[in-house]
Design a protein. Structure first.
Length: 407
């Protein structure tokens, strides 16, 4: 448990780092900074997905399923080997972008992630493998592996079609889609079901089967949304809309069968945990509705060429849906401390940054100018978000436990 707490704090360190990198990127248009913008974007995205999210999720999965499997030493070796690859990317991407050493570290990370999946499949007990939670996490890890086909393809694409080709862009979208919608979302749903199962709360078998296949069919088919920027045939739009509707249906199936146990869920942990989960669920519903809207031809053509709306959507998922849920689960698992004030500050920074990003995207849609000093204002609210994450990290470094007496 002690080492897992350290792993969680390290993950939070990455979270703070990507917030500071995000702040630097926001300051780039208004302050003279001596770094390559594209290289820093690569660093920001890699540390976000592989440093913060991957480290936190695998720590949670290990604690839930592998903590009693007598593989602590092997896992510790794997964990620190993985961290070497992440730190390697952190030290190479800002200076070289996609080049020899950054690609080597990225490749080694992929192999390390495959080993983690093998650990999970090999050392989970037979009893656990029969549960709905295991099935969700198992398929999420397969989505993680599937997403890696995107990075593997980039080398061949760069040597043939080039980095400016449609294939190159689609390979990146393939990776991001199955990371965000497959690996992250299904792992979090699996962990939620795991926590419920520990309290002897289980979805009816028929309901889970309906949810599982509807959700996964939706995950696969909504990849077509990532192709809409190419103005494809009508069939791709139809599949995109179908996939979006399927995921919405899966969400409501899950909510329908979880809501009757709301009182039991409230007793699982503090009010802060319960409230954070409700907010994350609302954020997820908004994500699904935006996804459906973006599948409609008119809106798809407008959004795909609007970088601020795309960035706002990706940040909505990453900072709103995924990160809030991960923080809540780490808190519930006694791996980190949270207070109502720390989360309130985080939500404030998140809503303000998202509001400004979507505001600029909306102004661009209607070809209207943004307010004066917009870049400075965006940098300011990004600073609030970074401060909130830093505050959460500081909580972990204090010796005495902090009780959330306000809730």
């Amino acid at each position: 448990m002690h080492s897992l707490k350290k792993h969680s704090v390290l993950a939070l360190g990455y979270f703070l780092l990507i917030a500071l990198l995000g702040l630097a990127l926001r300051l780039f248009p208004v302050v003279e900074l001596s770094f390559d913008y594209r290289y820093m974007v690569h660093t920001h995205s890699h540390v976000a997905l592989l440093g913060w999210t991957y480290t936190a999720l695998t720590t949670l999965i290990y604690k839930a399923y592998l903590g009693k499997a007598s593989i602590e030493r092997k896992y510790r070796v794997l964990f620190w080997c993985t961290q070497v690859t992440i730190i390697g990317m952190l030290l190479t991407f800002p200076f070289t972008g996609y080049a020899l050493f950054s690609i080597i570290f990225s490749t080694l990370f992929l192999f390390a992630s495959y080993v983690f999946m093998w650990f999970f499949a090999r050392h989970t007990s037979k009893k656990q493998k029969k549960t709905p939670a295991y099935k969700c996490i198992y398929v999420s890890l397969w989505y993680m592996v599937l997403s890696s086909l995107g990075p593997w393809a980039l080398g061949a694409i760069m040597n043939t079609a080039g980095s400016g080709s449609d294939l190159y862009r689609n390979a990146i979208y393939f990776y991001l889609h199955f990371q965000y919608n497959g690996w992250f979302i299904m792992a979090l749903i699996g962990l939620l079901l795991y926590f419920l199962e520990q309290k002897e709360i289980a979805l009816p078998r028929v309901a889970f089967t309906q949810f599982f296949w509807t959700m996964n069919l939706g995950v696969v088919t909504t990849f077509c949304i990532s192709l809409l920027w190419m103005n494809p045939t009508n069939s791709i739009y139809v599949i995109s809309i179908l996939g979006s509707v399927l995921q919405l249906c899966a969400f409501f199936i899950l909510i329908k069968h979880v809501l009757p146990f709301q009182n039991e869920i409230k007793r699982m942990d503090s009010k802060l945990f319960h409230l954070s989960l409700k907010i994350a669920a609302i954020f997820f519903l908004v994500k699904l509705l935006l996804q459906l809207l973006g599948s409609i031809p008119y809106f798809a053509s407008k959004i795909s060429s609007n970088i601020d709306l795309v960035i706002g959507y990706l940040h909505w998922i990453f900072l709103g849906v995924v990160s809030v849920t991960v923080l809540s689960f780490l808190f519930h698992s006694k791996l980190i401390r949270l207070t109502s004030r720390s989360m309130a500050l985080y939500f404030l920074g998140f809503i303000l940054t998202e509001g400004l990003i979507f505001y600029k995207g909306t102004m661009a849609w209607f070809k209207e100018p943004v307010i004066r000093h917009y870049p400075w204002l965006l940098a300011l609210v990004t600073g609030i978000l970074a401060f909130a994450i830093g505050n959460i990290l500081v909580l972990q470094l204090r010796r005495k436990d902090i009780s959330d007496s306000a809730l």
